[in-house]
Design a protein around this ligand. Structure first.
Ligand code: THU
Length: 131
């Protein structure tokens, strides 16, 4: 995409669009495809709590809806309202596993960008279910 600080600034702006009235925990995720396209996601909560969606899933699903498939993904960038980088929930890891090859970089930032961690899907979800 661009320089990592610029990516983080975009994430911070995107995070303002999170719909998180129940948890007050805003999350933003951006997908970068190998063709340069970017897809955005925020968490979208619901009064019926389990109906809510995580930011990572919203971003991945937007990329898939645009036509992206396994092999097209380059990176995901995630930040949340937290002092430490928040690692994706189990369900989001399974969604990542569906579409991410192991070279897709999973970038996790804390809320002010002072902490930046990078993982692969094999690291985050070893021995996973697949068909
Ligand atoms: N959430 C995400 O969007 N991504 C994560 O990786 C962790 C959790 C959301 C779901 C819910 O809206 C809020 O954060 C609190 O769990």
């Amino acid at each position: 995409m661009h320089e990592i600080n610029e990516v983080f600034r975009k994430l911070q702006v995107l995070k303002k669009r999170a719909y998180a009235p129940y948890s007050n925990f805003s999350v933003a995720a951006m997908i970068e495809l190998k063709n340069g396209d970017v897809h955005e996601g925020v968490n979208v909560e619901n009064a019926s709590f389990p109906v809510g969606s995580c930011a990572e899933m919203v971003a991945i699903n937007a990329a898939v809806a645009s036509g992206a498939r396994k092999g097209d993904f380059k990176a995901i960038y995630v930040t949340a309202d937290a002092r430490n980088p928040v690692t994706p929930c189990g369900a989001c890891r399974q969604v990542m596993a569906e579409f991410f090859d192991n070279d897709v970089v999973i970038h996790l930032f804390n809320q002010d960008g002072t902490e930046h961690e990078q993982y692969s899907i094999d690291h985050l979800l070893p021995e996973r279910f697949c068909l």
